[in-house]
Design a protein around this ligand. Structure first.
Ligand SMILES: NC(=O)c1ccc[n+]([C@@H]2O[C@H](COP(=O)([O-])OP(=O)(O)OC[C@H]3O[C@@H](n4cnc5c(N)ncnc54)[C@H](OP(=O)(O)O)[C@@H]3O)[C@@H](O)[C@H]2O)c1
Length: 273
């Protein structure tokens, strides 16, 4: 375990990571947070007993690992402002900012090693999915620690090519929204079929939850699970036939392609070309 883990930005993602780390035995006094909003810091201090810093420079001074949990558009300014301290201290940087390339962060941050992560919203519930990518100078210990930190809020996996981050963003980063849309549409359809909104929502959300658990834990592929619940001539088959006839697979492929393209665009907007 590193002696000090500092967060730049104490918002939603920082809060869920801190909660996960403390639940896994990290000491509150190992964690330092900087955020311009005093109430944000008070909340984290009150809830978890973490240390707070008066500014980003103070948090960086004490960091063995520096987690950048700020919005993508803040990344360049913040890391450039800290570059002298980063050069002197050389902590490992872990960035959770969507769309910002590790090579850009490394260039702004005086060349220190960088792990870029793409978590997703369910991390706030402790069941996120995070893909990680490390620059070549991150050592085994840095990789292991990054995995432990993001592992505190769900599952992790490593990418060996940063270019895959756009596809990751399309599948798991933006993915929760697709499932929320599906739940929303199933709820709406249930209401149109005569159910009350409460009953329809419960049926849709619990079905999503149970199906997600099954798909995660089963040894069979999702395609096999689907076949197993689709009897010939039955109700499920009637629904799936209709979806296939409407080209639902192409619709999803096109939608995820749009998300991946937007992710690549964002990297260019906020970083280098
Ligand atoms: N939440 C998610 O589901 C999710 C999923 C994947 C990736 N991420 C990534 O995680 C990062 C953080 O997201 P979030 O949801 O935690 O956002 P958030 O709740 O807005 O937290 C960001 C925090 O950073 C603070 N901040 C702004 N400028 C700062 C500065 N110069 N120095 C220090 N702190 C500063 C913000 O204060 P103000 O409120 O005053 O601006 C805010 O408290 C983003 O880059 C996002 O792409 C989030």
């Amino acid at each position: 375990m590193p002696s000090t883990l500092s967060f730049i930005g104490g918002g939603n993602m920082a809060r869920s990571l801190i909660g996960g780390l403390i639940a896994r035995g990290w000491e509150a006094n190992q964690i330092v947070v900087a955020d311009p909003v005093a109430s944000q810091l008070d909340l984290l201090k009150g809830q978890y007993g973490v240390r707070t810093a008066k500014d980003n420079a103070e948090a960086t001074q004490s960091a063995d690992i520096l987690i950048l949990a700020i919005k993508p558009q803040e990344m360049r300014t913040v890391t450039q402002q800290l570059s002298a301290i980063l050069k002197a201290k050389s902590p490992l940087i872990i960035s959770v900012a969507a769309g910002i390339r590790a090579s850009d962060i490394q260039r702004w941050a005086a060349g220190v090693p960088v792990v870029r992560c793409m978590p997703n919203r369910p991390a706030l519930q402790g069941c996120g999915m995070t893909a990680l990518y490390a620059t070549a100078d991150v050592d085994t210990n840095g990789r292991r620690t990054s995995e432990q930190i993001l592992g505190a809020v769900g599952s992790t996996l490593w990418l060996d090519q940063e270019s895959h981050m756009d596809a990751v963003t399309a599948v798991s980063g933006s993915g929760p929204a697709y499932f929320f849309l599906l739940i929303e549409m199933m709820e709406q359809a249930g209401i149109q079929l005569g159910l009350s909104p409460e009953i329809s929502r419960k049926l849709a959300t619990e079905t999503a939850y149970g199906s997600g658990l099954m798909a995660r834990d089963a040894s069979e592929s999702p395609a096999t699970l689907r076949q197993q619940v689709t009897s010939k001539g039955g109700t499920t088959e009637a629904a799936l036939r209709h979806l296939e006839a409407c080209d639902v697979r192409k619709i999803f492929t096109d939608a995820l392609t749009a998300a991946a393209q937007r992710s690549a665009q964002l990297a260019t907007e906020f970083g280098s070309n």
